[in-house]
Design a binder for this molecule. Sequence first.
Ligand SMILES: Cc1cc2nc3c(=O)[nH]c(=O)nc-3n(C[C@H](O)[C@H](O)[C@H](O)COP(=O)(O)OP(=O)(O)OC[C@H]3O[C@@H](n4cnc5c(N)ncnc54)[C@H](O)[C@@H]3O)c2cc1C
Length: 404
Amino acid sequence: MTITDRKTPPMSATSKSARIVIIGAGLSGSLAAVALSRAGHQVSLIDKHKTYPKQFRVEKIAGRQVDLMRKLGILDAIAAEATPFRDILNVRAGSIVDRSHDPHFGILYEDIVRIARAQLPTSVDCIIDDVVDIQTGPQTQQVSLSSGGSVQADLIILATGMADSLRHKLGISRRIVAEKQSISFGFTLASKTKQAAAFQALTCYGAGISNRIDYLSLFPIGSLLRANLFTFLDHDDPWIRELRRDPVAVLFKSLPGLSDFVGEIEPIDKVQNWVMDLSVAENVDQNGVVLIGDAFQTSCPAAGTGVTRLLTDIDRLCNVLIPQWLETPGMEKEKIRNFYSDPVKQAMDIEAMQMAHYRRSLTVDRSLRWGFHRRQHFARRRIASWFDRTRTRQATASYRADAG
Ligand SMILES: Cc1cc2nc3c(=O)[nH]c(=O)nc-3n(C[C@H](O)[C@H](O)[C@H](O)COP(=O)(O)OP(=O)(O)OC[C@H]3O[C@@H](n4cnc5c(N)ncnc54)[C@H](O)[C@@H]3O)c2cc1C
């Protein structure tokens, strides 16, 4: 049953209670609720939206995210509705860099959240409401709802993404690490011809630093071709207006050689874009409340680490720390601090931040050092790919010789 179709009782000025109350049922909050309720904890999950709005966020699950989702017992449900692909053609300036072969799942964010919510056991009390206030303390926490009701709990998990108001009420600020660090674009394309595409998925890297494009990722969702374009443009660059007006013409002009790989394509929806500030929450060591996912730290979309971060948060918090915290009474800040100093969580947060800076430098840094690194990076990949192909050819030839 999902938070969408659950018969939520009309909110009145009632007071409810739960062991753990989770505010925000995006991916972080919904998965935390799944993990905790499956482990037998009494959970209330609150979100202001019955259905997650159509918003551009992560649209493919890959790499460590696949293993973490499997560990959290959510992968099969997502895989059942996603479009799987594994062969990716990577190109730059009109020629092939290499090919990668890893499991990926293409799926829109609103569908990922819908599926995550659908995994909630009926024991979870799902409340559709806007949380307007939070009172915290070493023993008991209380959240106030816009409808006048309230929920009391031992622990609050704040999974409100980039929304600021509840963090402000708690005196939690956001330290901006990099303002307007990246701009990402999402839109859908369709082939104008009946000819099948020569790739399952394609990554086209920016050919130089002048256009500030990191890469364009084209991948299937159902019968459509989804485009995620990651850039480090200034937010007021006129190029952005041009892209919105005529995405295909602007892509073909800015990414030389792309048209040779994709053939004739056309956009079938509007270009969505997102300007990302990299930020980390500060003053988080507080009684009774813990922040996860984007509520704690935002990630650069080009780095593709946001979901790995939030899954790591959930794994460490829900599977390791909360069971320990609930063994003794009270939810003092000394317990909460264990989460932010957890070595696995910290390593992932640092990695995500480093990867964000790396992608930006690789794309736009004009220094000699980065110019050298950029050339070396792609040259190394091309050489490794050449060795791979040669090894495969030799292995095939020797197999045929043995068989013949
Ligand atoms: C454009 C873009 C592309 C991205 N691409 C990638 C990618 O390729 N790979 C990757 O790994 N990551 C990517 N990310 C990052 C990833 O999408 C996010 O890290 C992830 O969606 C964060 O989920 P969340 O649950 O923390 O926040 P959200 O999904 O924002 O959920 C927050 C929830 O809190 C609710 N809420 C807020 N305030 C209140 C309140 N007061 N009362 C009740 N409810 C409230 C909201 O309604 C919402 O449902 C991308 C992000 C963006 C913006």
